[in-house]
Design a protein around this ligand. Structure first.
Ligand SMILES: *Cc1c(COP(=O)(O)O)cnc(C)c1O
Length: 377
């Protein structure tokens, strides 16, 4: 009996996204094996952390890197670095920042703030979050001697009516205020692992380990300036400070670094081609019903470079009802629903092969076909 079945749960087929609610992504065999090996013996954790973080920095072409328990933990540690720098007494005081000279962190007050409320986590550090009207001038004018940092959230959906991360980093570089990019889901392309920091000048950029990197779901990566990474580490485990609440174990470190190696070893075109071929197979199977239309896009909802198959269901069918139907199938299948903010017609679903195995394609196509054929209305 499969582990999930032992607990009365059906493993489901993921044709939608690297959603945390579904389990993120799947680790490769080499990643799982590295975790197993790491779990079989003790090690000097300081030395292991130093070694894998140095390797992560080298692989991502950054001065420094730190592996934490997720992008959300990365946001908190990056905020600590902005607030405290290398001052250990300040790291000890968090979350009481009342005596800090710089305790304000600026974020754009865009519509995205309700879509990705991760910016709220900055507040756990005791920082004062200052929402700034969405313009470069307003951001520049909001900078005062109390400003500790600026946090940016890239992605086409989040940057609607907000100056882009690129624009902001370029325009405000002269201010010297550390800018942090929460790029949790901004992969692929892999070049983003160094683009925000090395090319665009962000002090730190943060990535989720459990999404496209295919690491353990409970991992994340902070990359960037050496001094800022060192400052993040002062609030992190093993110090008994705020980051003690999100420590990475030896198995997580082993899994993450192996996943990062695998992600960067595989040519991006190969990864893209493998997904595209599964989606072609899906499109071919769906074409059995002439009322279903399929269309290719090469961009994810957040502007990432990945193939998606958009499927327009016949009128009066909806993505939401389709997902409800496919989730009730055996095995349950999650198909992609665009959030209302994307402005897609309600009868459009997206299919994503990132987490899909070749032998699952048939079940996905059959489930969608059966939904379309199911009782009219
Ligand atoms: C997914 C996501 C996070 C959280 O990532 P975890 O690795 O699950 O902690 C944070 N910020 C953004 C923008 C995200 O998309």
């Amino acid at each position: 009996m499969n582990f999930y079945e032992k607990f009365g749960l059906s493993p489901l087929i993921n044709a939608s996204e690297t959603y945390t609610n579904l389990g993120g992504s799947l680790m490769g065999a080499r990643t799982l094996e590295a975790m197993r090996q790491a779990g079989e013996g003790f090690v000097d954790m300081h030395a292991l952390t130093d070694a894998v973080c140095a390797r992560a920095a080298a692989l991502t072409r950054n001065e420094g890197a730190f592996i934490t328990t997720g992008a959300a933990a990365g946001v908190i540690l990056a905020a600590c670095a902005c607030l405290c720098g290398m001052n250990e007494a300040l790291h000890d005081s968090i979350p009481d920042t009342s005596a800090f000279a710089h305790r304000e962190i600026l974020v754009y007050a865009g519509a995205y703030r309700d879509l990705i409320p991760y910016w709220r986590l900055i507040g756990l550090t005791g920082a004062i979050i200052v929402p700034v009207p969405p313009s470069i001038d307003a951001m520049r004018n909001a900078i005062t001697p109390r400003t500790a940092g600026i946090f940016l959230f890239p992605g086409t959906l989040y940057e609607k009516d907000v100056p882009s991360c690129e624009e902001t980093l370029a325009a405000l570089a002269d201010t010297g205020i550390p800018m942090v990019v929460d790029a949790a889901a901004q992969l692929p392309p892999a070049t983003n692992l160094w683009r925000y920091t090395k090319e665009l000048g962000a002090a730190l950029a943060i990535f989720s380990g459990g999404k496209h990197l295919r690491g353990p779901q409970s991992t994340g990566l902070i990359v960037g300036r050496k001094d800022m990474i060192a400052a993040c580490r002062l609030s992190a485990c093993p110090h008994p400070r705020i980051g003690r609440a999100f420590k990475t174990g030896k198995e997580d470190l082993a899994g993450f670094i192996t996943a990062l190696e695998l992600f960067l070893e595989e040519p991006e075109e190969d990864r893209y081609a493998r997904q595209a071929s599964l989606l072609e197979d899906l499109a071919r199977r769906l074409s059995r019903n002439s009322e279903i239309q399929t269309e290719w896009v090469s961009e994810g909802r957040l502007g990432t470079h990945q193939p998606l198959l958009l499927v327009t269901l016949p009128e009066h069918r909806t993505a939401v009802a389709c997902n409800r139907f496919t989730r009730a199938c055996q095995p349950p299948i999650d198909i992609g629903i665009y959030p209302p903010e994307c402005g897609m017609p309600e009868n459009v679903i997206f299919l994503n092969a990132y987490n899909l195995k070749a032998h699952e394609v048939e079940a996905v196509a059959e489930a969608v076909l059966r939904y379309v054929d199911s009782a009219s209305e």
